[in-house]
Design a binder for this molecule. Structure first.
Ligand code: C5P
Length: 234
């Protein structure tokens, strides 16, 4: 039986991809399935946590029992929901694949083909939600004991810098834990299995052997639990 070691712990998880609107029928999106985020949600709920998933586009139907779901479309909506909900969470996990860029302009009517060929799409940078949550915590807008977890999808192999990129990203983002996923070659996105490392701000580095997203979730939650104040008592 699973331990009930997250009883009453409030966990907010972002999952899936964002869709950055271009016109009423088109968007810029990505292949995130939401499977890892939903697997974390299920695992946390089974361990007694009070879980909310803020989900963008997903392949996973994502209606696990006992998990609240909020649907969002683009990065700005995701940022709003996460920022608001983080203030009342014990743990925030950014498992969503957030688009780094969005079109500057939204065309109110469908963009037409033209004889002069396609018009360029001008992009602007989306807010870094994870970094923003850390900044909010530093500024006291969310409680200092809130545990913040990020994900990093990195291409390459062990020697090719996945781990180094992960270490640099952990420092840059300032979160407490970073789940580094090796991607590319059919790894991670949309698949059932995941592999990588779990890096903590205190310097611990745990290899996550290739396994199901459920197994990876339970490893991640073991480390999260150790960071939740008073978790030794539950
Ligand atoms: O910088 P990079 O996109 O690789 O970082 C990935 C992590 O940052 C993930 O946890 C992702 O959810 C989060 N992220 C974010 N806002 C962005 C881009 C990424 O919160 N605009």
């Amino acid at each position: 039986a699973l331990p009930h070691d997250l009883a009453g712990v409030r966990v907010v998880i972002s999952a899936g991809g964002t869709r950055e609107p271009l016109d009423p029928v088109r968007f810029l999106g990505n292949h995130s399935s939401g499977k890892q985020g939903f697997a974390l949600a299920r695992a946390a709920a089974q361990r007694g946590a009070i879980v909310t998933v803020v989900a963008g586009s997903t392949a996973d139907p994502g209606d696990p029992a006992g998990v609240g779901i909020v649907r969002v479309s683009d990065a700005q909506h995701l940022a709003e929901e996460m920022t608001k909900r983080a203030a009342e969470a014990d743990v925030v996990i950014m498992a969503a694949a957030v688009a780094d860029f969005r079109p500057v302009a939204f065309a109110e009517s469908k963009i037409k083909k033209s004889d002069t060929g396609p018009a360029p799409i001008e992009l602007t940078t989306n807010p870094d939600i994870l970094r923003g949550l850390v900044t909010d915590r530093e500024a006291g807008r969310i409680p200092p004991e809130t545990v913040i977890v990020g994900f990093a999808a990195e291409t390459g192999d062990e020697t090719g810098g996945v781990l180094d990129h992960g270490r640099a990203k952990l420092r840059r983002k300032g979160c407490d834990l970073l789940v580094v996923n090796a991607v590319g070659d059919g790894k991670a996105f949309g698949t059932e299995d995941n592999t990588g490392w779990l890096l903590s701000a205190t310097g611990t580095e745990t290899a996550l052997p290739l396994g199901s997203k459920t197994l990876m979730s339970s490893r991640i939650l073991d480390e999260v639990r150790a960071l939740v104040p008073g978790s030794d008592d539950v």
